[in-house]
Design a binder for this molecule. Sequence first.
Ligand SMILES: [Fe+2]
Length: 181
Amino acid sequence: MMGNEKKNAIKERLPVRRLNRILAMLLLEVKSLTDEGRDLPIRWSLMHMYSSSQLAKLLAIHRGIDPELAGIAAALHDIGVVMTKKHRGHAEAASPYVYDFLGRYNRELGTKLTKVTEEEMEAIVKAVVQHSEKELNSNDPFVELLRDVDSIDAYLHGVEIEGSRLERCKKVMKELGIEMK
Ligand SMILES: [Fe+2]
């Protein structure tokens, strides 16, 4: 019986192999950096980018948009903080770092992975560059998703949130049918 169940089991695998490589690259590159001169500890940025990536996939599936693309944007969304060491203006400063990172991914992917296309890069960069503007509303679903995910990830890490971040958090919780205490 068990054997049959195993044989007939329906299998699912989310197509996120490019994202997994990107997360591995990110860890390798970030782990040697120190906290010297930084507004935020490097471990915070890494933890936040990783967990945001998971939440982004979940919310993207819920909203019917590409989970891997959303996950990549979330994984790289604070690369501006990592690279400039500053929090102020980090989203607006991120564009060259995202292009550089994804360019390296595309050059180093080997034979088993596929490239991040130009079009996908544009969508990722747009979401990353606009993610800090929590008080605005975009008609781009990736931009909105990243703003929501950034807000809810901070909340889930115990960061005190208010204003538009709190509003976004409540909106997402409601969307997912979760009551926020
Ligand atoms: Fe950010």
